[in-house]
Design a protein around this ligand. Structure first.
Ligand code: FES
Length: 177
């Protein structure tokens, strides 16, 4: 995914700031990467390269850590963060089918973000509302007993909101007329 010059600059700055507060050795890699992710929402490639350089380790070693642990994201979160619960109750009630529905409709896999950065997709552990399984969170909004048809409905509703927002922007200059 292509980052803007500002995003790259922010990533490098963040990596430097976080790295400065840790001992520059391999044992600090995970906490450093966790802090970078907490600050940016993901770990951009430029941040990995910066950490590798600062710690004097090959960039491939940093990349190996990021890809080994699925707590780390490689792409920026979308404007709408879809989290499909895959805890036991949700899994038993068809969580996997719901996850695949999102993947098919958004044309991305878990852990990815759509090219327009509108959606990102994640699987999460139990979110604490098992009686409403299967559960999906869109940002912090909880959706209960989700079905593939409900996924279509949510996407349609989002599309309408988006069109309204975009229409609103187009209309704004004429509002004063
Ligand atoms: S398992 Fe999904 S809310 Fe508990």
């Amino acid at each position: 995914m292509q980052l803007t010059a500002e995003e790259k600059q922010l990533a490098v700055q963040t990596a430097r700031q976080v790295a400065a507060s840790h001992r520059p050795d391999k044992g600090s890699l995970i906490p450093v990467l966790q802090e970078i992710q907490a600050a940016l929402g993901y770990i951009p490639a430029v941040a990995m390269q910066e950490v590798a350089q600062l710690f004097g380790v090959p960039a491939v070693d940093v990349y190996a850590v990021v890809t080994f642990y699925n707590q780390f994201r490689l792409t920026p979160p979308g404007r709408r963060q879809v989290k499909v619960c895959m805890g036991t109750a949700c899994h038993m009630k068809g969580g996997q089918i719901i996850l695949e529905s999102w993947e098919r409709r958004l044309k991305i896999k878990v852990g990815e973000t759509t090219p327009d950065r509108e959606y990102s997709l994640e699987r999460v552990a139990c979110v604490g509302c098992c009686t409403m399984a299967p559960v999906v969170l869109v940002n912090e909004e909880v959706h209960a007993r989700v079905t593939p048809t409900r996924v279509d409905g949510l996407l349609f509703a989002h599309q309408l909101v988006r069109e309204q927002e975009e229409g609103g922007k187009d209309l704004a200059p004429n509002d004063s007329n």
